[in-house]
Design a protein around this ligand. Structure first.
Ligand SMILES: C[S@@+](CC[C@H](N)C(=O)[O-])C[C@H]1O[C@@H](n2cnc3c(N)ncnc32)[C@H](O)[C@@H]1O
Length: 472
């Protein structure tokens, strides 16, 4: 495919890489590397390996990451629908790994769709703390929400905002922020040849300017002492080393810090920015001719503990608290509907979702928020925490997200199937299944992992697998 590469791109890479250029160019004739990341919110790494239907080879920089051969098609396996893993190219696994999410933290993934890194960060949080996963593009945000649901994430808020708008709402709020920036995508030319069509020198410049705005907004939302990871999937120095130097010049409160295992990747290039900047040697370049993965860039920054930590103005805080107290119409009925559903179909959840102030009703949709009392009114929000269900005529119809975030042990009725049972594919295609059992909402599982809801009635399990997710 080397003949399809843009001439101006190859010329620039030749002058940057010198003797290494031949090996770099040859990497375009090597096969694309495919990866999957096991989702520990659903299954422990070793447990998955003991039952994996695919031949897997570990990715050294991501504890749950593996390479597989294309013909394995893990996206077509029911385990994918059950959220046991996320398909993610190996190099792309490095960014969230560098941010190192820990339970209880507040984390922002500012450019998040379709959710590869968000699902990885959520796994690090392990259900405790908050993930705000933001995507500016209104169509892409849908895939982001679906992927977080499939992976059983309970504590994520999905927003569809500009970084500037979020900045107004979350000053110095997050412990850690990931900026997986929109970029010219040069590192994806091998995997997604359509990225070649989109590329131009003007696009590189446009992305560089956009990255500056996004990084400025991120810096305003990070707490003093907080960590910011910046990543791209491009080789252009203007979008990598130069974007960082320009940011560091405007923000001397940030320093570049060492990545967890600097030896895994090639260093960033202090000379590829103007002015030359020595700390860029601590950033990383993932080259397709030096590792089994596509092209990426990665930098970890820390905000000084002394950076201005002035709190939100008191007035604004008061207003929020006051708003949170006003109960929207229908809320009481929605909570009663939830309780009636949970008592009957998932009694254990009554204790897990016990904080009254965390229930949020948007129209007919009931959610359980990881940030009770926060006023989401002024933001475009696709989902706040766990979607519990739809309230219809004072009854709760459980959400797909609730099924995917629950275990069979929590459900009163379970329809369990083995992964090689043809009924599983029939369920994923949206068909009703012939089955005897007690009437009512029933959790459908594959090898003991939740797949979705069915409603048992008179010898039949009616299919409630979401229409938009059904296998064709
Ligand atoms: C590299 S992709 C993110 C991939 C994602 N982090 C993942 O791991 O699945 C960059 C994202 O930034 C979004 N984006 C584009 N312009 C943006 C802007 N001005 N501010 C924030 N995000 C933007 C794009 O729509 C795209 O989804």
């Amino acid at each position: 495919m080397t003949q399809n590469l843009p001439g101006l791109f190859t010329e620039r890479m030749k002058s940057l890489l010198n003797q290494e250029f031949a090996a770099f160019l040859a990497s375009y004739d090597q096969p694309v590397t495919y990866g999957l990341r096991v989702n520990p919110l659903k299954v422990a790494r070793e447990q998955f390996l003991s039952r994996s239907p695919f031949a897997l080879e570990p990715v050294s920089w991501c504890v749950n990451g593996f390479r597989y051969q294309d013909q394995e098609r893990p996206g077509k396996h029911p385990y994918h629908a059950a959220g046991l893993y996320y398909l993610q190219e190996p190099s792309a696994m490095s960014a969230a790994e560098a941010l190192d999410a820990q339970p209880g933290e507040r984390i922002l993934d500012l450019c998040a769709a379709p959710g590869g890194k968000s699902t990885q960060l959520a796994a690090g949080l392990n259900g405790q703390g908050l993930l705000v996963a933001n995507e500016i593009h209104p169509v892409r945000v849908k895939a982001l929400a679906e992927n977080l649901e499939r992976c059983g994430v309970k504590n994520a808020v999905v927003t569809n905002e500009t970084p500037e708008k979020l900045q107004e709402r979350f000053p110095q709020f997050f412990d850690k922020i990931l900026v997986d920036a929109p970029c010219s995508g040069e590192g994806m030319f091998r995997k997604l040849p359509e990225a070649i069509e989109d590329w131009s020198p003007d696009k590189v410049t446009e992305c560089h300017l956009m990255q500056q705005d996004i990084l400025d907004a991120a810096s305003a939302m990070l707490k003093p002492g907080g960590t910011l990871v910046y990543s791209t999937c491009t080789f252009a120095p203007l979008e990598n080393e130069q974007s960082l130097v320009d940011f560091l010049t405007r923000h001397p409160e940030f320093t570049v810090v060492e990545l967890p295992e600097p030896g895994w990747f090639a260093p960033g290039q202090p000379d590829w920015a103007n002015p030359r900047c020595e700390p860029l040697g601590k950033t990383a370049r993932l080259w397709p001719h030096l590792l089994q993965g596509e092209g990426h860039y990665l930098a970890k920054l820390q905000k000084s503990h002394d950076a201005d930590s002035s709190e939100l103005p008191e007035k604004r805080k008061d207003k929020r608290a006051a708003k949170a107290k006003t109960a929207p119409a229908g809320r009481k009925e929605a909570l009663l509907a939830w309780r009636a559903f949970a008592e009957e179909a998932m009694p254990e959840l009554l204790a897990e979702f016990a904080d009254e102030s965390a229930f949020l009703l948007f129209g007919e949709q009931l959610y359980y928020s990881p940030l009770p009392g926060f006023d989401w009114d002024k933001l475009k929000v696709a989902r706040v925490g766990l979607h519990l269900g739809t309230v219809k005529k004072n009854r709760l119809e459980p959400a797909h997200a609730l099924a995917l975030a629950s275990t069979p042990a929590q459900a009163a009725r379970v329809a369990s199937y083995a992964s090689d049972d043809p009924q599983v594919v029939r369920y994923l295609k949206g068909e009703a299944l012939a089955r005897d059992g007690a009437n009512g909402w029933t959790l459908v599982t594959v090898d003991g992992f939740s797949l979705g809801w069915g409603k048992q009635s008179e010898g039949q399990l009616k299919n409630h697998y979401p229409k938009g997710l059904r296998w064709l």
